[in-house]
Design a protein around this ligand. Structure first.
Ligand SMILES: O=C1O[C@H](COP(=O)(O)O)[C@@H](O)[C@H](O)[C@H]1O
Length: 269
């Protein structure tokens, strides 16, 4: 299904979503490996990483040009990289440790610094990689332009570590910011801001709920339905008040939604 907010890919089960996501990422990897010899990929934490599992199984584990990947995090929790709450650890254990991406191409947030300094250091790192053309740049938004952004959505409609009603939703200058009052633990985090998220060349939301209790499925379906059915939130309109972060994601590039049936329940059309 195609809507004002991109292509919506609905599958009966989470297992089928995982297969579709693997194929989608592998195809983009091969396209960018040919066109740029580099593939810059941004991942979130959360359930997304589990749904990426098919990508590190055959045939993709052998066919993808892993050595051309450059990996970044859309957000990180300020805990040691060995902590169970670390988004780095989640991705490393579930995904990165299983494929031959060169360790120097895996760009973790420096969690040994205070959150504000870690955000600044991550922005500096990204700036260096923009300057040497590893990461593309969008002159219209003044932001880095990652080849692929793979994100999930929290039960309250949060995206990355951008939470409903938080002043960081209005951030226009910084690419990376610290948040010290996250409503979900841990409180201290580092996150990409909306201008960077909205500059992605390819953007995919991967949101599945079929394994969760029915009330959570209903809650997620309502938020996703609101976002996909369209609103004046974010993007060019710049509206923030009363908007869920998920509604404010309006990338300039190609947008895809990978959903299971229960998460897609409130989408019209
Ligand atoms: O806290 C976070 O939550 C979101 C959503 O996670 P999910 O488990 O509900 O899919 C995640 O995308 C983000 O990276 C993470 O830090």
């Amino acid at each position: 299904m195609s809507t004002a907010k991109g292509m919506v890919d609905v599958h009966d089960t989470e297992e089928e979503v995982a297969e579709a996501v693997a194929e989608y990422v592998a195809n983009l990897s091969s396209k960018f490996a040919q066109e740029r010899a580099i593939f810059t990929v941004v991942v979130a934490g959360g359930t997304l990483i589990h749904t990426l599992r098919k990508l590190v199984e055959e045939p993709y584990s052998k066919s993808v040009d892993w050595w051309k990947w450059e990996v970044f995090w859309v957000d990180e929790r300020m805990v040691p990289l060995t902590d169970k709450d670390s988004n780095y650890k989640l991705a490393y254990d579930g995904f990165l440790s299983k494929v031959p991406i060169p360790p120097t191409n895996i760009h973790a947030v420096n969690v040994t610094l205070p959150a504000a300094a870690a955000a600044e250091a991550y922005q500096t790192l990204i700036k260096t990689l923009v300057d040497n053309k590893t990461i593309d740049f969008s002159s219209s938004s003044g932001s880095p332009r990652f080849d692929l952004m793979l994100l999930g959505m929290g039960p309250d409609g949060h995206v990355a570590s951008l939470f409903p009603g938080h002043p960081l939703l209005k951030e226009k200058q910084r690419w990376v910011a610290a948040i010290e009052d996250s409503p979900f633990p841990p409180k201290e985090r580092v996150t990409f801001t909306l201008p960077v998220i909205n500059s992605a060349v390819n953007f995919a939301f991967v949101i599945t709920a079929s394994d969760l209790p029915e009330w959570v499925q209903a809650m997620l379906a309502e938020k996703v339905g609101k976002a996909v059915n369209g609103s004046g939130c974010g993007g060019g309109s710049g509206e923030v008040e009363g908007c869920l972060p998920v509604e404010m994601v309006k990338p300039g590039g190609e947008m895809r939604w990978f959903l299971d049936k229960s998460t897609a329940a409130k989408i019209e059309g």
